[in-house]
Design a protein. Structure first.
Length: 332
């Protein structure tokens, strides 16, 4: 498994970071709900319970198929999380009787559509770092300023690959090449997604290593217009393109190999084609290479040696990568 690389940080910090329900809190930043319609949105707070367990418990309680329950994003188990899901409105009365020690329904809203993956604005994180020395706080704040100015690498975090990373990626490759069949469709898709993600991370490491003070844009790069949410490839890297990137209006993207995906051209393609696999039959995607966290705050309790971070990331980005950037080391 390739190491995630953080070139803008020149110091390794040894603070303690553990995911649990007290030190890792995440809240989805919801889309605007319509206020009417045939779907009931549940705002749910849960502890030590991942999204799949939440859906299974609700499906069993309501006696429905799990695919009737919509969700905007997958949330970690070892955390306190607030997320939004939808159920058909006809179950409004039944859901009032639902009780579980790990799951609390905080609020409900009506909406005109079932929530699908990606139907959120982003995620807000509150994370405690332990055993942080006073001498390290200035460095942490320096890196936060750097992130605020230039963004951060949008790696897939360690959670994407599972505990047995090497075995999972090897198994995923066997699935892609037809040498192994996994009957569990959900597991099969997760393995292939991890395989696709490994190409993106490896590509991003190479692109960061050829960059100097900031991420170097190449002719042929595929960009995402963050305001229009559209991909485009300029003929060349102009002053306007550089300016829009510096002002967080656009960001370059990397490839998750697969079918029907927009690919780089020219100079950018020379690197990208090294991290492609034409045998992947799942749909391909493009992912932002650099993302721009916002509303970052950092508070330090010297008596407890605890640093509390509060920040918002775009959907699909990993808070653990943000913390890795501060520490300048990979977690597992």
């Amino acid at each position: 498994m390739i190491e995630r690389f953080y070139p803008a940080n020149d110091k390794v910090l040894k603070f303690k970071f553990v995911q649990n329900d007290e030190d890792f809190i995440v809240e989805e930043q919801a889309i605007k709900f319509s206020g009417n319609g045939s779907f009931l949105v549940l705002k749910i707070e849960k502890t030590n319970c991942d999204t799949w367990e939440l859906i299974d418990r609700l499906a069993k309680f309501l006696n429905v198929f799990s695919n009737e329950i919509g969700y905007a994003g997958l949330k970690d188990k070892r955390a306190t999380t607030i997320q939004y899901i939808t159920i058909p409105k006809k179950y409004s009365k039944e859901i009032k009787l639902f009780k579980n020690k790990k799951i609390q329904i905080l609020d409900t809203f009506l909406h005109n559509a079932k929530l699908n993956i990606g139907d959120l604005e982003g995620n807000r994180f509150k994370i405690n770092l332990h055993d942080v020395e006073i001498a390290d706080i200035n460095h942490i704040q320096k890196i936060i300023k750097q992130i605020s100015k230039d963004g951060m690498p949008n790696y897939f975090g360690y959670q994407r690959f599972g505990k047995e990373v090497v075995d999972n990626l090897a198994k995923a490759k066997d699935v892609v090449y037809g040498e192994e069949i996994v009957k569990d469709k959900k597991l099969s898709k997760m393995l292939v997604a991890a395989y696709q993600s490994s190409f993106f991370n490896a590509w991003l490491v190479e692109r960061l290593k050829i960059s100097k003070d900031e991420f170097e844009l190449l002719d042929g790069d595929v960009f995402l217009d963050l305001q229009k949410d559209k991909l485009f490839t300029p003929k060349s890297i102009t002053a306007n393109i550089l300016n829009d990137f510096k002002n967080s209006k656009i960001t370059p993207t990397g490839l998750l190999p697969g079918r029907k995906v927009f690919k780089a051209v020219g100079e950018a393609l020379k690197i990208e084609e090294k991290y492609d696999d034409i045998y992947i039959q799942e749909k391909g995607y493009r992912r932002e290479a650099i993302v721009f966290p916002r509303d970052i705050s950092c508070k330090y309790d010297a008596s407890k040696k605890v640093c509390t971070l509060d920040f918002i990331l775009p959907k699909g980005s990993y808070a653990t990568v943000f913390v890795e950037y501060l520490a300048n080391r990979n977690f597992s």
